[in-house]
Design a protein around this ligand. Structure first.
Ligand code: DGT
Ligand code: MG
Ligand code: MG
Ligand code: MG
Ligand code: MG
Length: 253
């Protein structure tokens, strides 16, 4: 077909192909989820329905793209890591980011009722997104550790804070003052001494977030191996974890 005289406008499009040979991380995060959580009666400090909906939405994304190595979620955010040699969408940043975000966001709405039952979804949620490239294994592992350390810091604080408010009957500002300047050990002690809570016994999904990976399992009936997506809540801050999982997680196979 002959080109139209208008077609030159296509040359205005920017080439946003990402650097080859680097791990592509896409992180999405709920917009104003402080308010969204209030508006939808999320329980405090953690709402299991909300976490499970995030995980299922991420699973929906993970299932769609074989080039996804792993995904990690906590609170209102999810990180998706593509294999370093992925050529999906010619590594175009906007195409990757918008497709992942769109699939995740629509899944969050589509599966809302599956997890929230009678709790009405009052308005469409928004997620922002960004793309980050990591050139070395060390950088990628540190990224994962950074996000998991964030879960730990926030969850320990929030668990102490909401126990002080809900069980301890402090006002939010009194609880804030009480926790001001405390280190992890202090918060653990408050939880243990005042509320009889051993923080280490809190559910791992709250303390560590959720990691989605592909696990190879032997299917004896079919006589072959199949890959299934599993969610785990392991401690990624320990180097042992990376030694055990490096083949799968860093795509060394
Ligand atoms: P942003 O991301 O800058 O638009 O603002 P936010 O408000 O989304 O802030 P962000 O992403 O730093 O923090 C996540 C918020 O989501 C946090 O303020 C509390 C809320 N949130 C997430 N998960 C839960 C939950 O399970 N229960 C409750 N009550 N709130 C949650
Ligand atoms: Mg934010
Ligand atoms: Mg947010
Ligand atoms: Mg967030
Ligand atoms: Mg099209």
């Amino acid at each position: 077909m002959a080109k139209s005289t208008f077609e030159y406008v296509k040359t205005f499009e920017i080439n946003d192909a990402l650097l080859p040979n680097t791990w592509i991380v896409i992180r999405i995060d709920g917009k104003c989820f402080h308010k969204f959580a209030e508006d939808h009666n999320f329980s405090k400090p953690n709402d299991l329905r909300a976490l499970k909906l995030m995980n299922y939405s991420a699973f929906t994304v993970f299932k769609e793209f074989d080039d996804l190595l792993l995904a990690f979620g906590q609170s209102d955010e999810y990180s998706f890591v593509f294999k370093k040699h992925s050529t999906l969408y010619k590594r175009r940043a906007s195409k990757l980011l918008t497709t992942v975000n769109s699939k995740f966001s629509s899944s969050y709405v589509f599966y809302w009722n599956k997890y929230f039952g009678d709790q009405e979804l009052k308005y469409p949620p928004t997620f922002d997104g960004r793309v980050i490239l990591y050139p070395s294994e060390e950088n990628l592992v540190d990224y994962m550790k950074w996000r998991q350390a964030d879960v730990h810091i926030n969850n320990l604080y929030n668990t102490a804070f909401w126990n002080l408010v809900l069980q301890g009957k402090l006002t939010p500002s009194q609880a804030e003052k009480r926790l001001c300047g405390t280190v992890s050990a202090d918060k653990n002690e408050i939880l243990f001494k005042e509320f009889n809570i051993n923080y280490n016994n809190e559910p791992a999904i709250f303390r560590r977030g959720t990691l989605l990976i592909r696990k190879t399992t032997a299917n004896e009936k079919l006589g072959k191996t199949t890959k299934v997506i599993v969610d785990i809540h392991d401690d990624m801050l320990k180097d042992k974890f990376w030694k055990e999982h490096s083949v799968v997680l860093l795509d060394k196979c």
